[in-house]
Ligand binder design. Sequence first.
Ligand code: NIG
Ligand code: FE
Length: 410
Amino acid sequence: MKILTGPFEQIITMNGLPLNGPAGDDRLEIIQRGGMVIENNRIIDIGGFENLRKKHTAEIEEINGSYILLPGFIDAHTHLCYAGSRSRDYAERIAGSTYREILEKGGGIYDTVDHTRRASFRELSDLTEQRIMKHFENGITTMEIKSGYGLNTVEELKMLEVIRHLDKRTPPDLVATCLAAHVVPLEFSSSEAYLTHIIQDLLPLVREKDLSGRVDIFIEKDAFSPEESFLYLSKAKKMGFDVTVHVDQFTSGGSDIAARIKAVSADHLEVIDDSHIRMLIDQDVVQTVLPGASIGLGMPFAPARKILDAGGCLAIASDWNPGSAPMGDLLTEASILSASQKLNFAETMAGVTFRAARALSLTDRGRLDIHMKADFVAFASNDYREILYQQGQLKPAIIWKNGNKHIKHT
Ligand code: NIG
Ligand code: FE
């Protein structure tokens, strides 16, 4: 059955904007008084509402009021499956301790591992579902979720199974990533032994159960070295996994590996330099910046403006996690990054729509165009510029996932 939805004051399609490099607001395609025709979860036509009404025999889903329509947001990097809170870490950090000092003492990520392991499947699923629904209500219609707080075969599989369970139960699409190589668990004497364990015991099961097609690793002083990470990722790639990496958050050295391994994305990049930005561009690696981690840790943002000006494909993700990025509000974080790094609306929205889709190797979403998934968000406003101006306080009022309309209760 065909449905014509509209009219919308402005539809910002994101069509015609480049996959890489700077993009100007003067290049935004804006359909005034627009509509969309949806059939079988897909957009089959888009244009002026009155024209579409004449052209199609469709059920009309009439929209009353003034709305700006955008593609559903895509969050390409989260760790929102976890138990416990790290408010104590946060208090310690604002009193002067650093993230790495807390981790070295066996706190930080290890604390979340402890809580996540102790949570039952049901408990972890309930906590994760609440966060997914909060994110969905903020307009995120596709979200990546990493494991990485289990750190052994049983517990990593529990996390990935919770994600799969919730992919079926909740409206957004969930993309699972295996981040078993987050830090070395305390039970292992060496990182080498642990990485071997993941390759030999865990990843074959992840494949067999079809729980994830993506593998991530945290390349950092207190986690895994660049060289061992390269070997690990090479093996994961041979097993058929796409690879993505946490690099250049506190110390540099990881983005070389991201380029050498041709990762689909290199994420964090707070301390990346010009030559490494170039290396990633040359290998076509999406550069995903995580303003929520800078806000959570009180540290400088990744050089998003430089990445764009050099010609990079810049995605912006929330990194929602209990430690470095507890806020978990992608639009607020992207708006603050945009003000600080001088990213215009087109560039900021590209980072949370079609460029984020690329970071997840998804080609069927992120723009409002024929054949694309009917995932979109409507803001109650008559001017798209209000969205960044209100710095995340103007939330989407209506969200469509696969053409199904979801009106927020609040
Ligand atoms: O992306 N840096 C490593 N991993 C996460 C933080 C995880 C945590 O602190 O629990 C990040 O910032
Ligand atoms: Fe992360």
